[in-house]
Design a protein around this ligand. Structure first.
Ligand code: SAH
Length: 372
């Protein structure tokens, strides 16, 4: 009896070890895993019948037991700057966004690890949606599979994915069980074959997660800092109350100590009048002292209902001058895909008027003082 669709294993989410275990259960040799990896991830084949180097018997057996099910596209938008945003449908009716950002000599794919997020960072639009669920490994790698297949077509100019960043929805270090096999597929030469420095995990500062990653060397780490001292950071990133800066920075030091050739990227969203003054810049220099790192300044992307505004270009420049003078490589992230709401914190609908904004900021700050 063939298994029903609901019980079929989706092979797209199994890494080499997972596929080897799957085939061992069927009494097959481990090299079957290598064949399947290439069929699925390099040739983009989802139909077992087309896998010509498997025996007919095995193909039929696989059809009964397993499937190769990528996410379904719901919508595709292409920005005037070439950025592509897909809305992909996952099982259970959830949808997630995946963004491709082409640059002169690379193509970065920004992927999600959860549907929604539970961390409630006050300046992030994902927080307004709440947390729905973790994505599984098939759903995480499925975003890459889908983007690679679509970008390989004439229609999208046959562009290539050269870099992956876990900077879409969700906190990857709170879903490590699914993120780890996805990382292993990104690295595997028979799947996506990406060098470790081309895959970046971005975290709001989940200390045990950073430590769990400390043994491997499969990716680059980005830490979303946004403030150099605890009281301000706890307002922007409530997770800071659980893992304050002293613990987070200690974990970062352990991370680089375990990887002598690695550095960490610290992300810093620049919010006008909140975290963008000289004192904050000096605070960052002190905080990062001795850690091999660079800083990536992200101008805040407004979204409906937010009281915050992006820092001025001048404030960003002044901030950058301070950290650079201290010898820290500091870049400013270009905002991409604005016209299709593809930047971090999507720009949709109407923004608040200045007086409404002042009122909301005051209310929020009063609330935070009360709850801190
Ligand atoms: N949870 C992870 C990854 C997702 S967010 C993390 O916190 O790192 C990816 C990056 O975008 C983070 O640095 C986040 O702080 C930033 N970000 C979120 N909303 C933003 C906004 N509205 N404007 C600018 N950057 C934003």
């Amino acid at each position: 009896m063939p298994a029903s669709a609901a019980t079929k294993t989706n092979l797209i989410g199994l890494d080499r070890a997972g596929l080897e275990a799957f085939f061992a259960n069927l009494g097959e040799k481990p090299y079957r895993a290598r064949q399947l990896l290439q069929w699925i991830h390099q040739r983009g084949v989802t139909d077992f019948a087309l896998m010509s180097d498997l025996s007919r018997k095995l193909r039929e057996q696989l059809q009964g037991l397993a499937e190769i099910r990528p996410p379904r596209p719901v919508r595709e938008q292409i920005s005037s700057d070439g950025t592509v945003k897909w809305l992909l449908s996952e099982s259970g009716g959830s949808a997630i966004e995946t963004v491709f950002i082409p640059e002169e000599n690379r193509g970065t794919l920004c992927i999600s690890s959860q549907v929604g997020c539970m961390l409630n960072c006050t300046f992030c639009s994902t927080a307004t949606q709440g947390f729905k669920r973790n994505l599984d490994a098939a759903e995480i790698i499925g975003q890459v599979w889908y983007a690679v297949q679509s970008l390989g077509t004439e229609r999208l100019g046959q562009r290539r994915v050269t870099n992956i960043v876990f900077m879409g929805m969700g906190e990857p270090l709170l879903n490590l069980g699914a993120v780890k096999p996805a990382l292993s597929l990104l690295r595997d030469d028979l799947a996506y074959g990406l060098a470790s420095r081309r895959v970046t995990i971005s975290t709001a500062g989940v200390v045990p997660g950073i430590d769990q990653l400390s043994s491997g060397d499969e990716f680059a780490l980005a830490v979303s800092l946004h403030a150099p001292e605890d009281s301000l950071r706890s307002q922007l990133v409530p997770l800071n109350r659980k893992y304050p800066l002293s613990e987070l920075m200690a974990a970062c030091r352990r991370f680089v100590r375990a990887r002598p050739r690695r550095s960490i990227t610290f992300e810093y969203t620049m919010i006008e009048g909140v975290n963008d003054d000289y004192r904050c810049a000096r605070g960052m220099v002190r905080l990062l002292n001795g850690i091999p790192c660079k800083i990536n300044l992200i101008p805040f992307n407004p979204f409906p209902g937010t009281p915050f505004r992006p820092s001025t270009d001048e404030a960003i420049y002044e901030f950058q001058k301070v950290t650079r003078a201290a010898g820290i490589i500091t870049t400013v992230r270009k905002t991409r895909g604005d016209d299709i709401d593809a930047a971090c914190g999507q720009l949709v609908g109407k923004l608040l008027s200045p007086s409404e904004r002042r009122r909301v900021v005051q209310e929020q700050l009063a609330l935070q003082v009360l709850t801190a």
